[in-house]
Design a protein around this ligand. Sequence first.
Ligand SMILES: C[S@@+](CC[C@H](N)C(=O)[O-])C[C@H]1O[C@@H](n2cnc3c(N)ncnc32)[C@H](O)[C@@H]1O
Length: 206
Amino acid sequence: MRLRKRKWMDSLLEESAYLLKEDDVEEFLKRTQNLVLEIGSGKGKFLLEMARKNPECEFLGVEIQRSALAISIKTIGEEKRNNLHFICSDIQKLFFKFSDESLNAIYLNFSDPWPKKRQQKRRLTYPSFLKEYYRLLKRGGKLYFKTDNEDLFSDSLHYLKDSSFILESMTMDYNGEDSMDALTDYEIKFRSQEKKITRFVARKGE
Ligand SMILES: C[S@@+](CC[C@H](N)C(=O)[O-])C[C@H]1O[C@@H](n2cnc3c(N)ncnc32)[C@H](O)[C@@H]1O
């Protein structure tokens, strides 16, 4: 969903230490260890909670919408989180900047479903994306995917089957019990509507 642009957003983003400037991205990726990536971090609730719970890891949110990022930064407020970072970009434009086997984990939370046939290659679980994730993850690194959308979930399982990933677990009615997880903004809304949430965890072999 497109978020409305507000006047305060640009100055907040410009001044924020959480938002990586385009020129600094490559240097950041080169020097950062124990990196966990969320693609489509939206309003940032998930990543903030993960960064609080796992201070030993560095968390990077890539989000294409500046307005969503501005809300993330507003939500963090005065809290000092040295292990939390954001980039405003389409992930497809960033892949080439990441080294092979540089990520501990990748999270895709309630990704856009792109239901029309001609749009499906934009899905973040589409085979071309899975191929990049496989390259970026360390051996044993994990891809976490959760969604409320049945078609997206079942198609994504098919994409996964044709990839090099190993399916580690799959849940048709996920209740959020994994310690390596946190609630997202969309998830809170869907849970309040008693929608079923599905999830898989896939692994890159050792
Ligand atoms: C449905 S929202 C879910 C947001 C959040 N993960 C949550 O669960 O609350 C999907 C988000 O992914 C972002 N997005 C979609 N495609 C993207 C891409 N190629 N690169 C970066 N962000 C993307 C959208 O702008 C949107 O904020």
